[in-house]
Design a protein around this ligand. Sequence first.
Ligand code: GLA
Length: 387
Amino acid sequence: MRDRIDRLLREHGRPAQVYQAPGRVNLLGEHTDYSGGFCMPAALNFNTLVAASPRQDRLLRLHSLDFSETVEVDLGALAIPAKDGHPRWNHYCEGVAWSLQQEQGIELGDIELIGADLTLSGNVPQGAGLSSSASVEVATATALLGLAGRGLPKPQIALACQRAENQYVHGSCGIMDQFISACGVRGNALAIDTRALTAELAPIPDNLRLVVCNSMVTHQVAGASPYAERRREVEEAAHVLGRQLRDVSLEELNAARGQMSHEAFLRARHVITDSQRVVEGVACLRAGDQKRFGALMTEAHASFRDDFAASCERCDLLVTLALELDGCLGSRLTGGGFGGCTVSLVEADEAESFAETLREHYREATGVVAQVFVCVVADGAGPVPST
Ligand code: GLA
């Protein structure tokens, strides 16, 4: 990371404090976070870095090393962009500044943002389902709050960033990605209660690795995406049942089956069972039952594929190929779905050869060269020490 920081500071060209916020992988509980349910993401050793220096003129000057572009906006005149079109990188940063200045809905207190020069650079693969946009949002929020000399509880930072994405960027995401990017703890996944906005540590044992494999099938959350379609189906089921799926048992769902579309029933079944898998999963990790935890991940994939209909052929193939290899305890598609990455739980001794063989078998079957990462579970956002 030192090389990346040195380059960032060189390009920034002014004395600065550097902040970072990570991307994530989700282990269990997919599409549960807008139903008040449980999910279990882990922060990864891929992040967005922001070099930040204050300005006194209320201007926000954003420079992206990855897009070689500079944008300047007045903090007092931020306007929500039109809904059509693909959001641009700077919209995520502007949205966070906009959200931090809103007074309604989230208890942020009275935040007086000062102007800022921010230079950004990230290494979270984009469009891969590893939450590169949440890492940009949370890194920006952490930097702006740092410059303003304001500390906030981390879940509030996550909420402010989610509001930026929902209202400014028009992405209909839940709270999971921003929460883990803000609150992640090295060596642990977090079992998040997305309604209470609290989390329990779910320790990832030292003898295991998370291996993330990018199918190279791209996905998107914003705009007219299949993500939004799934969300509508889940909301149909919740509407029929008269409450959030967090409060519905499988028996109650089965009893109401005839009152909703077949799709809504299947989607709701996934949401309810996947949320339960998080509860069982955190107990397994705490009790050291690694085998059962791996099996839960593989069961979660089947549920996501069959009930939620949000997998794709290539991700199914990656899961099948992963499960054939030595040392693999479980494997599944991670994130919003319809492409992106799989995550496999693999014995540490086997992880490097697992990664290499998986890449090779996928290339033989599809002709596509996947990116495969043996990951480290990192901390959430914060200032980066200067040495
Ligand atoms: C995306 C969203 C999250 C969550 C996941 C699915 O990553 O941003 O809020 O809904 O999909 O679990």
